[in-house]
Design a protein around this ligand. Sequence first.
Ligand code: HEC
Ligand code: HEC
Ligand code: HEC
Length: 435
Amino acid sequence: MKAILGVILLALVAGAVPMAFAWRSALEPVDPPPPASFDRASIMRGAQLALIGNCNVCHTAASGPAYAGQRPVHTAFGTIYATNITPDPETGIGRWSEAAFTRAMREGVDRRGRHLYPAFPYDHFTKASDEDLKSLYAFLMTREPVRAETPANQLPFPLNLRPLIVVWKWLFFEPSRFEPDPAQSAELTRGAYLVRSLGHCGACHTPRNVLGAEKKTQFLSGGEAEGWHAPALNADSPSPRAWTADSLYRYLRHGLVEQRGIPAGPMAPVVHNLAAAADDDVRAIASYIASLMPAVRPERERSIDVLIASIQRPEPGATRVAQSGTDPQSLRQGELLYQGACAFCHDQGRQVSSSGEAMYLPLSTALYLPTPRNLIRIVSEGITPPDGAPGRWMPAFEGAFTDEQLAALAIYLRARYTDAPAWTKVGDAVRKARE
Ligand code: HEC
Ligand code: HEC
Ligand code: HEC
């Protein structure tokens, strides 16, 4: 926090930020445009783009009306409430012209000229095409207007001062357009465009610096979202089985792919939306992500096969106790817990769609991540199956294990079912995941 304030103060004292840049004019309010003034094809296109942009995920409160806002977005700096983006003239965007909407999406400035916090991923949306923004506007302005005031943000002084957002923008943000690579196929170009603009995959999958800006040179190399680790989607992909364009497509579209995990945590609503988005767009996203990932490596696939075979034919000493930093006491405790609470389902392998059979854990990306956080969250919160996957349900173990037992389980699973180095500071990760 001190570092953040330091940078902000320095920038201000040095007068580095031109004040002309800081001040933005208000745009005239308009009478809410009648829904009949929008083209039907444009509204439908906007509906599909809104799914890819996850607008509903942030802008809808738990069991609240769609797009009416009031949902808290938790950031490392405090809580910012997503606003009401229904066309209500008083509390929503009913009086916003298309120009005002486009400016918000491209520049992070609201109709009245106030700077918006980058918790609203306009650093990605800025790359959307004019036509796509027009369609999104048509879609939002034809929703049912809902009267809903946005609660006040909970941010410490001085981060609660909106004019200071300009320092952040000056350091890290530039309105820009998507620049296609002329050497790429039409499908990869479309995929790259969606991933980088409306899809904002990098908002979760790219690491951020202390000021909360994405590290541009580490695009999709693994980030954080709501206390979960979002795995790398590039050459650093930790997935035990290599992804392909086809398996990615099925994961993003249906959430259930053989030999791979089910989307959990903040990825679950993303996949829920993509299930209803335009099919070509989901295919394009999958092809582009696959193009960033490593190719299938036969020796890697074989080592996973060996780990799976060792579940089916347990051999003495199969647990590599020699793994550096692994404490034998935790391994024994973890093994007992696994046998008692997990093996019943997970040693079966995922068969058709009946309950009581679940994926072999050597296939779970959660065990290969740089942190045990996702594993601990999955065990605590369980898995709620994605639509259309009956029986793919795992109970929540919240409260069933002590912190020490959860840590032992994580240490054991990493040693027993992966060939990755032991996790460090497992106890800290358990405490954090439990907060
Ligand atoms: C990760 C969460 C998140 C997602 C996804 C998201 N928004 Fe937002 N949005 C926010 C937050 C938070 C704010 C409020 C920012 C502030 O108060 O400074 C906001 C503000 C806005 C505003 C400004 C409204 C106002 O009253 O000032 C518009 C317009 C908007 N979002 C549209 C969209 C659209 C369209 C999409 C989908 C393409 C979208 N948002 C997706 C979090 C999100
Ligand atoms: C709100 C944050 C968020 C957004 C936005 C997001 N993801 Fe994810 N994603 C996650 C998290 C967290 C996980 C890990 C969840 C799990 O283990 O089930 C994940 C997992 C994945 C995985 C599985 C990786 C593996 O090796 O197991 C893929 C593939 C993926 N995301 C692709 C995407 C793509 C493509 C987009 C953009 C269209 C996207 N994600 C947008 C948070 C996000
Ligand atoms: C009633 C059966 C059942 C029990 C008991 C159970 N699980 Fe699961 N688990 C599942 C199902 C179903 C999934 C979803 C994946 C699938 O379809 O195979 C899952 C998913 C997971 C995943 C995520 C896999 C991924 O990458 O998406 C992990 C990790 C996991 N379980 C660990 C555990 C641990 C550790 C225990 C014991 C504390 C446990 N499970 C107990 C059924 C179970």
